[in-house]
Design a protein around this ligand. Sequence first.
Ligand code: SAH
Length: 257
Amino acid sequence: AALREGYEHFDPRAYLRNNYLPPRADFSSEEFVVPWKLRCLAETFASGEIRGRTLIDVGSGPTIYQLLSACDHFEEIVATDYLAVNREELGRWARGEPGAFDWSPFIQHVCKIEGRGEPWQDKQRRLRERLRRILPIDVHRPEPLGAPLRPPADALLSAFCLEAVSPDRAAFVRALAHVGNLLRPGGHALLLGALGESFYLAGPARLPVVPLEESDVREALAAAGFALRELRSYAMPPALRTGVDDVDGVFFAHAQK
Ligand code: SAH
């Protein structure tokens, strides 16, 4: 209940400013956190192993950076979020409306690290074409979308959502199992998330986060029925500890249902 109440005050623009503008979104060096996240995704999708008809992104928030490497490998990308304000922010970007957040530096960076010489506008167009559904979701329900996804997703992505909406580790495991229900057996799951974080800010909202260690991520994936393929982590450098949260680092997990 406290979490739900907190999210009523979530300000998408403040969240974007805190996390997706400099200093965190600084593309001049791979040592910054946003380039690290983009590289994890680019390298994982570069194998060509993770592909199919549908990819679902759980708790997309107001962001699309997490879909930039993914969108080349799926016919449809389904974005989801609990909050209408976030779904509206995403819709503005998908329709190319004025006032939408400018993701072009992210798209340019991903095209650069993917190294195929693709013009960034082509990737932007492809993601907008494939991002056809932006759905409400609640990961605390066994049926997070309110009904089963048919056919189930071929891949599942979730960035900085499950630990940021779960009061404790048990709830994190349950949420992971719930979203796992959206994925077909054998489907790939990619998770990005916070390590050692107890709160983050989004304007007037101060959201509690369950602090996780790498071992918690491993155990939660196993308990929710996933086989771990890869786990990487990043230590937040002092210069990026800006007071918008108390995050120690970031994990990236690739697992299979
Ligand atoms: N994926 C984005 C946003 C993460 S912020 C990124 O990588 O930055 C956490 C998100 O979880 C917010 O957008 C919030 O609206 C969403 N959220 C809050 N409660 C939720 C719930 N019960 N189920 C699913 N998502 C929820």
